[in-house]
Design a protein. Structure first.
Lengths: 109, 113
């Protein structure tokens, strides 16, 4: 079993809609979770981190964490064409940071 | 400017010809890491280093070597590259372990013929 799994996507949403991305993790001891955005041909960049159960909002992005279900999600509200990218979920495991395979989001104008 | 640099950015080589990809960070980060990224497999950690002279294997270390003689530098060495090492490689650094934001370098696209 992979430490972090992202099994949704690719995702195509119209401009202005909500994009919802999901991620599950296997290590119950993980305390911190990250969402990275990666544009095509570029390196990943951190857009959200979350450490506690519940929601964390930053602009148009909301991360949700449910430790009991070992589930992390990212909502992108009012999606813009500039949000078109691959989104990577990541969680620590041992002394490493494990990444999911990513969900590619395309926002249609 | 705070950054992680990698060189070369693109490299085409042949099987068995030793190569080194350099990585340097100017943020005084303790933790540095190498990843490879392949379609459908995401980012997989090759090696990481928690400080000078402290390195350890990630998930896919076979065929790679690293060293950490200085805090800012973390080169990736392929002693005898093979075609299955054709990939996009990223170096990353963070303040400590993996529990903080990792800053990624621009990537090195390696092709082994």
């Amino acid at each position: 079993q992979k430490e972090v799994e992202q099994n949704s996507g690719p995702l195509s949403v119209p401009e202005g809609a909500i994009a919802s991305l999901n991620c599950t993790y296997s290590d119950r001891g993980s305390q911190s979770f990250f969402w990275y955005r990666q544009y095509s041909g570029k390196s990943p960049e951190l857009i959200m981190s979350i450490y506690s159960n519940g929601d964390k909002e930053d602009g148009r992005f909301t991360a949700q964490l449910n430790k009991a279900s070992q589930y992390v999600s990212l909502l992108i509200r009012d999606s813009q064409p500039s949000d078109s990218a691959t989104y990577l979920c990541a969680a620590p495991h041992d002394y490493k940071l494990s990444f999911g395979a990513g969900t590619t989001v395309t926002v249609r104008a | 400017e705070a950054q992680v640099t990698q060189n070369p950015r693109y490299l085409i080589t042949v099987t068995g010809k030793k190569l080194t990809v350099t990585c340097s960070q100017n943020m005084n980060h303790e933790y540095m890491s190498w990843y490879r990224q392949d379609p459908g497999l995401g980012l997989r950690q090759i090696y990481y280093s928690m400080n000078v002279e402290v390195t350890d294997k990630g998930d896919v270390p076979e065929g790679y070597k690293v060293s950490r003689k200085e805090k800012r530098n973390f080169p990736l060495i392929l002693e005898s590259p093979s075609p299955n090492q054709t990939s996009l490689y990223f170096c990353a650094s963070s303040w400590d372990r993996s529990y903080n934001e990792q800053f990624f370098g621009p990537g090195t696209r390696l092709t082994v013929l």
